[in-house]
Design a protein around this ligand. Sequence first.
Ligand code: AMP
Ligand code: MG
Length: 411
Amino acid sequence: MEPHDAVRAEILRAVGVLGSERVRAADARGRVTAASVVAGEDVPPFANSAMDGYALRAADTVGARPDSPVRLAVSGELAAGQAPTVAVAAGHAIRIMTGAPIPEGADAVVMVEHTDSPRRPVEGATEVAVHRPARVGDHIRPAAGDLARGDEALVPGTWLRPAHLGVLASLAVTEVEVHRRPRVAVMSTGDELRDDHGPLAPGQIRDSNRPMLCALVAEAGGVPEDLGHAPDDEAEVAARLERAASDCDAVITSGGVSVGDYDVVKAVLDRMGVLRWWQIAIKPAKPLAFGMLGAVPVFGLPGNPVSSHVSFELFARPALLHMGGHRRILRLSVEAVAGEAFRRRPDGRIHFVRVALDQGPGGAVARSAGGQGSNVLSAMAGADGLAVLPDGPGVDEGGRLVVLLLDGPPA
Ligand code: AMP
Ligand code: MG
């Protein structure tokens, strides 16, 4: 049995990063930058006020106290969107609103709350009493304080989230170079499978893996191509795999990778001469068939639905993220307290236990999400993460667990 991280590393070495395309910034959420975005202008473009208050000279406010305020002449008013026309002279202040440019001569803003001015100053008021001394720079947002022209605003490999779209807008960037999304063919195998929603004949089961794997592909930023299900027939599976590999960037199959007589995916990949077949030191999802059909990786995932999901999570997902140009391709993990005992026997494998997480007083608390059989998909569906149980006797209630999160950023 191979350690799963060594297998993943080998897969990642075999898989290349896809090329790029230009998309409108407005359509770029969820995409991954393929080039740097360099700021073409300063953000903010001018020094401006962070508060509603008075722009003044800090030196004029030395010693100001509520019981002995400093009185300054108000020589104007500036709202956001207005350009200053008068400078602030010594002994003067200009009423200023959040976002308005700092006028010449001013080097600080005093919040309106620290003056005797009402929130809306009386029309024609000519004097303001300042109750506190200001320091140079107080409540001034400097020009380029967020990004300066020439800064690398986004590095290549950035997964674009809403705030990134805001950053692009702040720079007037309307198009970005992003990696292509991997097109991923998804196919199930098994004579027992049925996907027409009709009544099941004896021995038949419904194909639950394919919709699940298509959705997992989409969540990993790929575009799933549903290839339906194939019977346990080597010629048929071989023909479909070849077609899929010529149309798509990756192929994912489920079923047929164990050592049974009907394990045709493994046999076909073996015959094509591209098979790296592993027995991986994990539970669930011990068997994995992986091969490269030319530049196209083929992931032969095990058929048991939980095994298929876990195998996708540990091997296919990082590979698809890598193809899609992501810099961070592994899940974040959290440390959780075991809300119950997690018992296991030593068997040379790491166990990935489906757990639900709750927020406890000292952090996350993990409890089993239900039956841990590799066919119990409902417990997988109820899981927030996979608790990593190293080989050994398990973890006592109250002990510490590392849990791989199943949701959240693709990091
Ligand atoms: P296999 O890996 O082909 O030996 O399949 C292992 C188990 O998973 C068997 O019980 C199969 O019936 C079941 N199985 C295989 N493919 C699917 C699928 N697409 N949906 C649900 N169960 C499946
Ligand atoms: Mg099968």
